[in-house]
Write a new protein. Sequence first.
Length: 408
Amino acid sequence: MKKLTGPFTQILPLTGLPIKGALKDEQLHIIANGGVLIEDGLILAVDDFEKLRTNYPSAQIEEITGDHVLLPGFVDCHTHLCFAGSRAKDYAMRNAGKSYLEIAVSGGGIWDSVTQTRLATETELSNLLAKRIARHLAEGVTTIEIKSGYGLSVTEELKQLKAIHQAANKTHAHIVPTCLAAHIKPKDFDGVESEYLKYLLNELLPKIKQQDLANRVDVFIEQNAFNTSDALFYLSRAKQMGFEATVHADQFTTGGSEVAVKARAASADHLEASGDYEIKLLANSDTVAVTLPGASLGLGMGYAPARKLLDAGACLAIASDWNPGSAPMGDLLMQASVMAAAEKLSTAEVFAGLTYRAAQALKLNDRGILTKGKLADMQAYPCNDYREILYHQGKLKPARVWTAENND
């Protein structure tokens, strides 16, 4: 049965905007007093509400009362939501002036999360994850990428990916799993980094394919993780096996974004250390530049050069990096709003980076805009002007959120 939802004071369908480069708010198409016609979770039409009601008299009406601004659902294309335990001790030490290395030596860092996650059962992990997904969905995030990477062995990585699969079956949000077994070399692996990556290629990735647990792999390229040549070899082999690739790139030092472009990765994520060379490289490629303002806030670091990336012509997405260490907040809209003020991003650029451009980072072309044939993933904010949403810096939350699964 067809359903007509509205009227909305404003609808921003985000149609007609380019996939790459800078955007001005004047480019936004705004439908006043609009409605959305939906059937079987897909959008049939977005237009004036009364016009749609006249043209489709048999449609079921879902009436929206009061002022509301409708946007596509957000796409969070980089998270580490599947974990157990807390790294509050790390956060306090970091704020007290301790370095990343000092924290790691004292038992903190990624390995601390690995230890705590390994102690949790698959069911415990899935239950913890389900709560985080529910919060994200309530805040308008309808598609969520979720990485493993706190298992770092065949058994434990499979446990994480199965927990993600289990949680995905309990939510209306769309979940995109990614294998980040190449997060760091585990302390209990007897061998060097290149040998660990070969172990993953030979022992883990075939099982993931066989069990259909993920179609994406990620690798952390950094001085304390994996070097560029080993990472490029890993990504090339993984792609030959049928996996899509993404990269933790240029967080503290450069080199990762160049690997991402060479490997034709879907995205290069972080980019806080990216300079003019890396910006040009990304802008001239099909690799999406994903900025993670939550990590900048959590670590007290500068933001990725979002303004320069857009001006150079890159496709820029904004993701939360929600994780127990560097980005524990997980509030995507707040992080994007704050970075927008610092980097001087237009409202159109922020909304694009949270929707259809973020979907591009996941190679998903069926969401992120509100138009015929796309998924009916939508969120409505209780205000009468779209500019209010970023103005409140994340404190204005959606009053209603719909996904294709419960929007028919």
